[in-house]
Write a protein that binds this ligand. Structure first.
Ligand code: MG
Length: 281
């Protein structure tokens, strides 16, 4: 697909040092996750291009600053590699004591990580309650921590698209259910190292103040406050509860659902919510 005119001047945004360092560190995960992906649908490229054009127009007219909101997990980042890493670490602790469990865990790949850990384990034939509970405890103690954030892999095209929105004049808001106490440092480091704008003018990172708050309640409380930054013109999330809430609060915004992973039994997307697979233009 040819680069649309509105984005041609952004070609230099892809910074080889970030990209190459990233590829070097995790070649197998990168290759397996991005292998054989079909080209982006015309609807996706048209939608993302329209958002960039709307930012430029809005920034030029200078009325209110355009604001673009991005969720992190399963929206800008694929976090299945984080879970895979933890399960592989767990595996090394039981090599001698439970070789049969270690053997089935060794067969896991990022694509076979489900939304719920119990489903992932069931997919490997691990169903005994005490084993599932032990693995879940091990996973929970690590998954929601700074130290493991760097295992996340950006969704394809995401760093480039977010940088393009920022350079076109949008204020970027990362609105995430990760919690401030457990994951701020790891999240900032990961955003920086994977090439997303962070630590600069026009970028906000909003995390959950209390890990026990539900993501939906947290976002319901924060979303109305975003209007203090300017005009919310686009909102990206992988959960329909959140996209539907954003559409209700900001009916003029382009609200986009990422077709990645979502909670089982999620409500259907509200009318007017757009769907994309990733951020490739
Ligand atoms: Mg998410």
């Amino acid at each position: 697909m040819a680069m649309p005119t509105a984005t041609s001047k952004r070609a230099h945004f892809i910074e080889p040092p970030f990209f190459l360092r990233f590829i070097d560190e995790r070649p197998s995960i990168q290759l397996s996750l991005h292998h054989m992906r079909p080209p982006p649908l015309p609807h996706q490229t048209a939608l993302l291009t329209q958002i960039l054009e709307r930012i430029e127009k809005s920034a030029e007219e200078g009325d209110r600053t355009p604001v673009v909101v991005f969720d992190l997990d399963a929206t800008l980042y694929d976090n299945r590699p984080r879970t895979l890493e933890i399960l592989m670490e767990y595996r090394t602790t039981i090599l001698n004591s439970r070789p049969e469990i270690a053997e089935v865990l060794a067969t896991l790949t990022a694509e076979r990580i489900d939304y719920l850990l119990s489903d992932t384990l069931r997919g490997c034939g691990i169903t005994r309650t005490e084993v599932v509970n032990e693995i879940t405890r091990y996973w929970r103690e690590r998954f929601f921590t700074d130290a493991y954030c760097h295992h996340d892999v950006p969704i394809q095209g995401a760093p480039e698209f977010v940088r393009a929105c920022h350079e076109a004049g949008a204020t970027i808001v990362y609105l995430t259910g990760r919690d401030l106490h457990g994951m701020l440092i790891g999240t900032v480091t990961s955003l920086r190292d994977s090439g997303f704008p962070i630590g600069t003018v026009g970028v906000e990172l909003v995390l959950k103040p209390d890990a026990n708050l539900s993501d939906e309640a947290f976002k319901r409380g924060v979303l109305p406050e975003l209007s203090r930054l300017g005009e919310v013109i686009a909102f990206f999330d992988n959960e329909t509860a959140n996209t539907n809430l954003a559409k209700e609060l900001y009916p003029e915004a382009t609200v986009v659902l990422l077709e990645t992973q979502r909670v089982p039994y999620a409500p259907p997307a509200a009318p007017g919510v757009e769907v994309i697979a990733d951020f490739r233009l």
